[in-house]
Each structure stands twice: as structure tokens, then as C-alpha cells.
Design a binder for this molecule. Sequence first.
Ligand SMILES: [Zn+2]
Length: 215
Amino acid sequence: MDAPTDRRRAAGVTYHRIDGFPKDLFRCEAWRASLAIDACEKRWHQAQAARGEEADRLAKCRTCPIGAAHAGEKPVYRSPFYGAEICPRCGRGGMKMVGNRLSIGCYNRQLEFLRGANAKGKPPQKLKLAKRRLGVVLDSDTPDRRVVVYEDWAADVESEPGVWIPGFEELMTQVLRTTEGRVAFVAAPDDAPAWEPPRPKPAPGATKCPKSAYL
Ligand SMILES: [Zn+2]
């Protein structure tokens, strides 16, 4: 007698059996392989939690609607930037972040800027920070879409000597690396509610990040 058939099915996918193997299989185009449903489910779950190289390896699974169906979950869109451990301001990765927002270096430079003095007591020269307001359309591909405003300090970027570009890209990167679902960016409307990209809860016993950098 056949083993019980796994009832989880993804729309549009054909399942088959092979002799001597007790589980339903399907052709996974992303991996170019025949996979069992539970193997697909396992990879999908791993991909949701993966970071760094592991996330790269499982990138195909992360936003796969078939994997989500096999896991009994709704597919969640995540930007390729989602979870990337890079500082949205300086673009450097692989270092500790403060509040999942800035590298320690950028965080310290920001404190100096807001204080008006660096470690030598002089006004910081190289950093131009300004509070920027970015309009964000959350869940932009669904009827639940809503427009919010993310306001935060962002560093202007010197594209060529003396030419400064407002630091909206920094804020967009922060939104993409922390926010699930599709988002779109618009000019900030005056009447949209204030919003902040999600930040992880600190681990128990972790040193709390000072909030002053985000005032
Ligand atoms: Zn940085």
C-alpha cells in the first residue's frame, strides 16, 4: 500500500511518484531537481531565517510561492536587500550594527555631528547630515497598501567635489533591508502618518542602544 499522500499542494505544480520512494515529488525548476514536499518546506524555512552566505545559497527559496505553499505559509515578498548586514550609510558590511541602522563608525560620526564636535573638540567637517522625509508605500502591490513617512537623519552624498545629493538612498536601503512585502517610494506627503522601519528586539541581556542618534 502506498504511504499516505502529503496533502500540501502548490497551485500549478504536478506531483509524481517514483518506484521505491514513498513520498510525492515535484519538479523544482529553481533547483533543477525532483524534490519531496518536506524537503522543499525545510529549505523554504531555512531561507527565511538565513543570513550571509547561507542566505545567498537559498536565495531562490526565500520568495518562492511554491515553497511557501508547501510550508503552509503565505508567500512574503522580501527585497534582495532584506536582512543584508550592510550599513545603509557607508555601504560596508560584515560589522556590528547599532540598532540595526548604522555601522559603529557611522553611528559615532553621527553622534559627533549632532554634538557639533569630534573627539578633538572640533566641528566635524566631512559629514553632512540632514533629517530627510521619505514617502514609503507599504504592501504596494496589495489593496492594503498605505503611504507612510519615514523621517530620519541621513547623510548627504558628495557626487563630485562640491555637489551634494540628499541622502534618500540611505533611507530607502534601510527600508528594503528591514521591511517585508513590496514597497515603493514616493515624495513624502504632508498628511501621511509617521513610520519607522522595523528594528529587531534586542536579545535578552544585550546592551541597549542609545536612542539619541535617532532624535
Ligand atoms: Zn556605516
